[in-house]
Design a protein around this ligand. Structure first.
Ligand code: NAI
Ligand code: MG
Length: 357
């Protein structure tokens, strides 16, 4: 909070603008980032963006890695980032920007709300679930080995520390947000030690600290079937890394697609908000991508600044932005992926004109 003395002796209180790192990313990233920045400016959100590069964009700018140190350092310093999708070249060479960033910053939980929205057609109504994904280990540890010329192995890593903090994080999140049930998706019938460890710790955390919250264990394949039969039976779905990745896109499909599913990656000290979707090379550069999932992620960022940094202006602008995009959708003003006719900037304009004052 900046305190200024006014000319007449009045005290004027102004909220200092929060510096936030913006990584536009690759493919559709720059287009949707532009749109989102315009909406946040229109809403008077109390943030100042500092742009940094990652992904193929960093290589094209002459940097020597997809995850440049200067970008990591900026997030370490500012603590908060909004990130567009980054392309990771498949095969040999560079490792994933996203996995790298989550590990470097120890962003141990991905929180991905999946909610039916009025004006967005989908097969289901009344879906309101949240995926909480362990973000740092499992099969995404990148421990792969060529054992013989014919055999390659990939190691699934589960540590007591990471399993315990994601279990505790999921129940704490449920409690804090008035959620009733945590369903942990697992395959402990086959991966008895790794997924078994996560289950042990979920049971312990539930019994010791959160017996008020309903808890169930669901084998991930059966859970996938239950999800597509009736997603409204789920509240919080807790997953290890790989299942969480897959379930995130599956659940996006339950509520209208990747254009409407935002997310936040949370660590103890740092947070990076990003949509679930990738860089969509098939539509990149055409100006038609839906900026809504990134805008919803930015709204989560502003809510975070309100809840955890006491920034009331950020919380208020989050509300204004949410009301505006919900109103735009209800009025049928939406992008092509949702059956509408607006392009990326056209949707941003539709939101901006509804921001009110
Ligand atoms: P993708 O999510 O980029 O695209 C899947 C499909 O959804 C495509 O048909 C795409 O056009 C569509 N789509 C995605 N976002 C959209 C949007 N905002 N508006 C309209 N349509 C949208 O997944 P894909 O093709 O598997 O991955 C492409 C690249 O993105 C890969 O290099 C991958 O590694 C990267 N990726 C990056 C992520 C991140 O930075 N967090 C997450 C997922 C993938
Ligand atoms: Mg994914």
């Amino acid at each position: 909070m900046v305190k200024l003395e006014g000319g007449g002796g009045d005290t004027i209180r102004l909220m200092a603008k929060q510096k936030v790192v913006l990584i536009p990313g690759d493919g559709i990233g720059p287009e949707i980032s532009d749109a989102v920045v315009r909406v946040l400016e229109g809403a008077g959100a109390p943030v100042v963006f500092e742009m940094h590069l990652a992904g193929v964009a960093a290589l094209e700018a002459g940097m020597d890695d997809v995850l440049p140190e200067v970008t990591v350092d900026a997030i370490l310093q500012r603590g908060v980032a909004l990130k567009g999708p980054c392309t990771t070249p498949i095969g040999e060479g560079f490792s994933s920007v996203n996995v790298g960033l989550r590990k470097r910053l120890d962003l141990w939980a991905a929180v991905r709300p999946v909610k039916s929205l009025a004006g967005v057609e989908s097969r289901y109504e009344g879906v309101d679930l949240i995926i909480i994904r362990e973000n740092t280990e499992g099969l995404y540890s990148g421990v792969e080995n060529q054992v013989t010329s014919e055999v390659i192995i990939s190691m699934k890593v589960a540590t007591r520390k990471a399993c315990k903090r994601i279990a505790r994080g999921a129940f704490r999140f449920a409690n804090r947000n008035g959620r009733k049930k945590v369903s942990v998706f697992h395959k402990a019938n086959i991966m008895k030690m790794t997924d078994g460890l996560l289950l042990d710790l979920c049971r312990m955390v539930h019994a010791e600290d959160y017996p008020n919250i309903e808890y169930e264990e669901v084998i991930v394949d059966a859970g996938s079937m239950r999800l597509v039969q009736d997603p409204t039976q789920f509240d919080i779905i807790l997953c290890e890394n790989l299942y969480g990745d897959i379930m995130s896109d599956l659940c996006a499909g339950l509520v209208g697609g990747l254009g409407v599913t935002p997310g936040g990656n949370y660590g103890d000290e740092r947070v990076v908000f990003e949509a679930v979707h990738g860089s969509a090379p098939d539509i990149a550069g055409k100006g038609v991508a839906n900026p809504l999932a990134l805008l919803m992620s930015a709204k989560m960022m502003l809510e975070y600044l309100g809840d955890y940094k006491g920034n009331k202006e950020a919380a208020a602008s989050a509300k204004r932005i949410e009301s505006a995009y919900l109103a735009a959708l209800e009025a049928g003003e939406k992008t092509g992926d949702l059956g509408g006719s607006l392009d990326t900037q056209g949707f941003a304009d539709a939101v901006i004109k509804r921001l009110g004052s």
